[in-house]
Design a protein around this ligand. Sequence first.
Ligand code: NAD
Ligand code: UDP
Length: 349
Amino acid sequence: MAAKTILVTGGAGYIGSHTVLQLLNGGFKAVIVDNYDNSSEIAVERVKGLAGQFASNLSCHKLDLRDREGLEKIFASTKFDAVIHFAGLKAVGESVEKPLYYFNNNLIGTIVLLEVMAAHGCKKLVFSSSATVYGWPKQVPCTEEFPLSAANPYGRTKLMIEEICRDLYQSDHGWKIILLRYFNPVGAHPSGNIGEDPRGIPNNLMPFVQQVAVGRRPALTIFGTDYKTSDGTGVRDYIHVVDLADGHIAALNKLEDPKIGCEVYNLGTGKGTSVLEMVKAFENASGKKIPLKMADRRPGDAEIVYASTDKASKELNWKAKYGIHEMCRDQWNWASKNPYGYGSADSKN
Ligand code: NAD
Ligand code: UDP
């Protein structure tokens, strides 16, 4: 059987680069479209290095998704079996400051992509949604049927794109769409060659912890110590990025199910871990002490969020394999080998 060809938007980014590697290892061909707004061409080179004999099955275009003409050319030259759509801006705080910038990039980028896909008869999509659409859940674990809300413009783009996809499927049952709601992706490929390399001051917990560990920041600020949790800090469902990447392969396989329409799946482990538990696990894995500063809650943060994994387990036949020990071990391996990510000390603040 001929190898399937998958277009991966945002494939140079954190989750995208790990997914592209799993695609290549799984015998797929992959074509990346990325504008490198929050990523580096070095990540793509590293993926090729890790893919060995499969490296020739990867190609990459520097392109903004909103460049319709450029995207048209790519679809005209290659027949895609499906698209995995990661490309988007994801910093919550920045989205509050610059909502139009976020709506323009995330919504228009997606609409242009869907229009070009439709024009070329490619109607299979896997989209990166987020557990942020559960807001502050009334109970846990979060099932896919929970009510949805958005606490900020970033979250609203996820919610709006989910709704666009549901409407699109209603209008044309030829579409097959899987919306994946990621919980908290952390860790890195076990090789330590690819990992997360955010621009500026990290918003998320583990990139911040990692930068403290390598001496780029003096201390981790813990946002909130008075939550109703075992130690007062917020609880999340951390998932190893390689498990998450494998969830995309499972979703691609599910797109072959003739009964699939527009479906949503949680990708998480089903386990909740507090901030302090995560910091302790990282200290154990790295042998580094993480200085802490206790602070007030961060506005918009939920208390406890973790996934119900039943639907993905039953219908995608996918389950996360790794625990927080492996997540922290691999995060530290990446950080210690690449303290400045894909850049150098001179290029980073
Ligand atoms: P990332 O920033 O590392 O990757 C996103 C990639 O998209 C980057 O390489 C960026 O350059 C590219 N991009 C952005 N706008 C583009 C555009 N208009 N045209 C072309 N390329 C563009 O982020 P990530 O952590 O890998 O996240 C991937 C997706 O998963 C995003 O949609 C994000 O919102 C979603 N998500 C991430 C998390 C998380 O915690 N990392 C959680 C839930 C959902
Ligand atoms: N957090 C923290 N300090 C930081 C970043 C995050 O204490 O510098 C906490 C945050 O309040 C939450 C958890 O770590 O309880 C995970 O936060 P992150 O931003 O990584 O994910 P999200 O809140 O989007 O689930």
